[in-house]
Design a protein around this ligand. Structure first.
Ligand SMILES: *Cc1c(COP(=O)(O)O)cnc(C)c1O
Length: 329
């Protein structure tokens, strides 16, 4: 099932996405930590999408979107522009479904990300991020070669796929009082909100974005999509410049509030994940926990969900962020 038009994504689409993803995406674990619970004074349930295929929830939306395409479009192939997790997600989804994938990536994209994307069989088209516009390149490729463009967040089938993570969380732990999800362009948050309104109607839903890029917060307050320059933050998965039309329509309707976290708070959350849960979480994946710590007074004694959105971070960068200067010999 696909749907056209803004505001047309419903929980029913999340359910259909869940059926498509069954046996393909991992049903990721829900993690608990008594020490985290004590530290924040609430019962916290972590949905660990860092354990999802390719290391982030983005596989859900990408696979759902590619699998939803009619045969003719699948045969011609898919194009997307991204240097991050969406690129790997599209490349992997296309490989699994036998669909040709073209990924538009900047010349200076990290070698590990380029290698991971081409390792999944994606064809990479490089561009100069200072001189060229990736959206224009993607659109031109789509037109010239008859490819279908699948954007990273502003697409009904992407949103529906992302909503399956929260759906699984509620199915596993029951209703919650509050749920925190990282926010970039809003695919994850809008899908999460659709699942929450259907499965735990009384639960407050919070999006969390980097403080340096608070366009989502300003958009929600001002009632229209705010555009900003690419924010400087370690949360590279949330360096978006604006929400999407589809995502904003859902966020306005179904999200309670948007919170922010500083880079220092993200590093502190990375440390807590490593120490208490023994897991590697990328900076963007730490937004939820950072916001929960900031909101401790407001969520005291409550049952609180946190979506850990991904775990893809170079080890050198991880070590640098955590401040390790010691070498192991
Ligand atoms: C893409 C991404 C986000 C933000 O998701 P949106 O759907 O753009 O809001 C958050 N965390 C990680 C790890 C991501 O890859």
């Amino acid at each position: 099932m696909t749907c056209e038009g803004v505001g047309m994504v419903e929980f029913e689409h999340v359910v259909v996405a869940g059926e498509r993803l069954a046996g393909v995406a991992h049903r990721t674990p829900v993690l608990r930590s008594r020490l985290v619970d004590e530290a924040v004074g609430a019962e916290v349930f972590f949905k660990a999408e860092n354990f999802q295929r390719m290391g982030a929830f983005k596989f859900r939306g990408a696979y759902n979107a590619v699998a939803s395409l009619p045969e003719e479009q699948r045969r011609r192939g898919v194009v997307t522009f991204s240097s991050g997790n969406h690129a790997q997600a599209i490349a992997l989804a296309c490989r699994l479904l036998g669909v040709p994938a073209t990924i538009v990536m900047p010349h200076d994209a990290p070698a590990a990300k380029v290698a991971a994307t081409s390792g999944y069989g994606g064809k990479i088209v490089r561009y100069d991020r200072y001189a060229e516009d990736r959206e224009a390149i993607g659109t031109a490729l789509a037109e010239e070669q008859g490819l279908t463009l699948i954007p990273p967040y502003d697409h009904p089938d992407v949103i529906a796929g992302q909503g399956t993570a929260a759906k699984e969380l509620f199915e596993e732990v029951g209703e919650l009082d509050a749920l925190f999800a990282p926010l970039g362009g809003g695919g994850l948050l809008s899908g999460t909100a659709l699942a929450t309104r259907a499965l735990s109607p009384g639960c407050r839903v919070f999006g969390v974005e980097p403080e340096a890029g608070d366009d989502g917060l300003r958009s929600l307050r001002g009632g229209e999509i705010v555009h900003i320059d690419t924010p400087r933050t370690i949360a590279d998965g949330a360096q978006t410049q604006h929400l999407g039309e589809h995502t904003f329509a859902i966020i306005r309707n179904a999200v309670d509030d948007i919170r922010t976290a500083t880079d220092a708070q993200l590093v502190e959350a990375m440390r807590l994940f490593a120490t208490y849960l023994k897991i590697v979480v990328e900076p963007t994946g730490c937004l939820g926990l950072a916001a929960v710590r900031n909101a401790a007074a407001e969520i005291e004694g409550e049952r609180v969900g946190v979506i850990i959105s991904g775990g893809n971070v170079d080890l050198e960068r991880y070590a640098t962020l955590l401040g390790s200067t010691e070498s192991v010999t």
